[in-house]
Design a protein around this ligand. Sequence first.
Ligand code: AMP
Length: 196
Amino acid sequence: MVTHPLDSPATAPTAQPIRNVLVFCGSRLGRDPRHATQAAEIGRTLALHGVGLIYGGGALGLMGEIGRAAIAAGGHVQGVIPRFLKEWEVAEPLCDDMTVTDSLHARKALMFDRCDAILALPGGLGTLDELIEVLSWRNLRLHAKPVWLLGDGDFWAPFLALMRHSVDSGFAGIDTLSHLETLDGTDALAALLSRP
Ligand code: AMP
């Protein structure tokens, strides 16, 4: 049997200081009100740790909650929004910086370039697309930025089960799962941000 080249062990990434976290999350609030509360808590946590927030820049849904909470707590907030979504998803007027891109692809690339770590909160197809893209880049060894998942009510359990199924079926390397760290709450995020 031929081994896949990506099944050889990857060199462990060196820990980089975390100055800016890219957050992927829903442009809707979702049904469970805990998601909005948690998004706002995370916005405040980033701000209180002096860590910048990079996000899609929309004022709706969980994006709106995290952005406004980080701004209110004195954090540095950068939004990156495609021109065609500026009105539709209501670009947050209070961001320190709002970059308007020509496409979703340009938005994702720019947000990714500017960040030191990625955090995914509950969301819909856009959030899943963004998460899977950075995860697949990590799998292809194009970067070594941490990818964290956080979500109340076991939101990510079905996603993790699908990833495990892909690994168990022999379609994804075992590293796929080790590239993802599930955080069990805002305190766990705070602990990571407090590391020297
Ligand atoms: P959602 O999780 O679907 O609410 O989307 C979160 C953000 O991702 C929103 O700003 C969406 O406009 C955006 N989005 C939706 N679809 C995609 C996609 N295919 N690629 C990148 N971003 C997307």
